[in-house]
Design a protein around this ligand. Structure first.
Ligand code: FES
Length: 180
């Protein structure tokens, strides 16, 4: 995954343009706006996140106003509008998880990765952020890691250490065996 830089000019490849055309063709004539969500997913998958130049380029492609693209990208939390790590640890920060230690877990992750919420580790592997209820309230504290959205429940500091170590090993080609 390529993490483009802020304000870096964006050019879509022939392959991406072909995919966009395929997506637009799924919708009735004149309804190209309906293709916005899947196209944003494509762009994010290729470029790591949605920079302003990338969103502007999507607006141009779909003949929309840039603000229409920004509104959608900022509404859905699965879209990242900042660079992110290969692994994004998303920790539930809603009340029930906070009651069982979510804030303590976030502090531990911050200290273990040595980056603040939303930042990326220097090796490009990790970032983390607090998110709203992940619908596993009875198993808190809880986190998920995309893009497969694997869940890790009943988190403790020890489980976090093990998970991060295993993800680092995975990045180096060894198998992931952390308990979920
Ligand atoms: S409050 Fe954390 S999963 Fe619902």
């Amino acid at each position: 995954m390529l993490n483009v830089k802020h304000n870096e000019p964006v050019e879509f490849t022939e392959e991406m343009l072909g995919k966009f055309a395929e997506i637009v063709a799924r919708y009735p004539e004149g309804r190209q706006k309906s293709a916005l969500l899947p196209i944003l997913h494509e762009v994010q998958a290729k470029q790591g996140w949605l920079s302003v130049p990338a969103m502007d380029k999507v607006a141009e492609y779909l003949q929309l106003e840039p603000i229409e693209v920004y509104e959608v990208a900022s509404f859905y939390t699965m879209f990242f509008r900042q660079p992110r790590g290969k692994y994004v640890l998303e920790i539930c920060r809603t009340g029930p998880c906070c009651l069982v230690g979510a804030e303590r877990i976030m502090k531990h992750i911050e200290s273990k990765l040595d980056v603040r919420e939303g930042e990326v580790t220097p090796d490009g592997q990790f970032s983390w952020r607090g998110v709203e209820c992940l619908a596993a309230c009875g198993y808190g504290p809880v986190l998920q890691i995309g893009p497969e959205y694997t869940f890790y429940e009943n988190l403790t500091e020890e489980k976090i250490d093990k998970l991060i170590n295993e993800l680092r090993n995975k990045a180096e080609g060894r198998a992931l065996t952390a308990e979920s």
